[in-house]
Design a protein around this ligand. Structure first.
Ligand code: BMA
Length: 321
């Protein structure tokens, strides 16, 4: 199974980013969005990179999930200036609606590597930075959309794999738990990379999707080809509803890989990087209907954004392929 791409992809490219006078003109790229539906509006929190390679977050909105308009302003993280650390980039936001609030887990580059940061917002007009969630080098943090067993849960990817070249990466996704969203404690290993196959290095994608069969977790896998070339793909695993450190099933094949020109060629070639998902229909308990469509938003070649879709049932079947 491959996700079905929207024929109008890419849905956002650098030319769709309005200038923000004095701050951002003619940027290089837009990619790796968080996604959430706010009322009827499909909303993306996108990563925009300037030609100075500064990183900005901006909001894009759509009535149909495919044609987006970017608000001509840069999202300010209120309270970020109170941090003692030097922050170079804030990027790859994962947006989770939790207890009626939008929580955003951010990757933040500091002098000591990457940290996870947490922010919250009602509708992405104002975003309040709450603080760092980690003291170790990690990326790809993503919150579950509800408490499980009385705890908030977070998937995170420690950057412990040190390639010969390039930045630290990771080959495992871990679970962490918290009672206050501030202090996080290890709660088990979830997935590890599969050396030699499509997902040697891994990291979480969008927030887990609740289904009757378990949590659907879309993640990215990197085939490293002995460090000669990195190919970023998407895959899916099914985690136990009550104990998400337990993996019930995991796709053997990827569900999306770089094939189209805009995924194969760009600032970083051969990248599909899933980071946002919108489920079209869930019940009052947040359980996705099996025939509901899932729109997966992804960064393509660190240059533009694509959307691809499958039903919940198809994703469950892919876990067991
Ligand atoms: C990862 C992250 C992503 C990026 C990907 C491909 O390590 O930095 O933001 O999309 O690499 O360059």
């Amino acid at each position: 199974m491959q996700l079905r791409r929207y024929p109008g992809n890419p849905i956002l490219s650098r030319g769709d980013i309005p200038d923000v006078p004095g701050r951002l003109m003619d940027p290089s790229s837009v990619f790796n969005p968080g996604a959430v539906k706010i009322g009827d509006v499909y909303t993306l929190l996108v990563r925009v990179q300037s030609r100075g390679r500064e990183t900005f977050l901006m909001v894009a909105e759509s009535r149909d999930g495919r044609v987006f308009r970017v608000r001509p302003e840069i999202v300010q993280l209120e309270g970020l200036d109170h941090l003692r650390e030097n922050i170079y980039h804030v990027y790859d936001p994962r947006v989770t609606r939790l207890e009626g609030i939008l929580y955003i887990v951010l990757a933040m580059d500091t002098d000591d590597g990457c940290r996870l940061g947490l922010a919250r917002s009602v509708d992405l007009s104002r975003v309040e930075f709450l603080g760092l969630m980690s003291t170790d080098d990690e990326r790809n943090g993503v919150l579950f959309p509800e408490q499980v067993g009385g705890r908030y849960l977070l998937l995170r990817r420690p950057n412990r794999a040190r390639p010969e070249r390039g930045v630290a990466s990771g080959d495992r996704i871990e679970l962490a738990e918290s009672t206050d969203l501030e202090r996080w404690h290890p709660a088990g290993d979830v997935l590890t990379g599969r050396p030699h196959y499509w997902d040697e290095l891994i990291g979480s994608g969008p927030p887990p999707i609740k289904t009757a069969a378990g949590w659907l977790h879309i993640y990215h896998g990197i085939a490293t080809h002995f460090h000669e070339a990195n190919i970023y793909q998407a895959g899916v695993a099914l985690l136990d509803l009550n104990d998400p450190a337990r993996v019930l099933a995991r796709s053997r094949n990827n569900i999306l890989e770089p094939r189209e020109a805009y995924e194969l060629v760009g600032q970083v070639p051969n990248v599909v990087f899933p980071s946002g998902a919108i489920v079209e229909r869930s019940d009052e308990h947040g359980v996705a209907a099996p025939d509901s469509r899932v729109l997966l938003y992804y960064g393509a070649a660190d240059t533009c954004i694509g959307v691809a879709e499958a039903t919940v049932g198809e994703l469950l079947a892919a876990c067991r392929d």
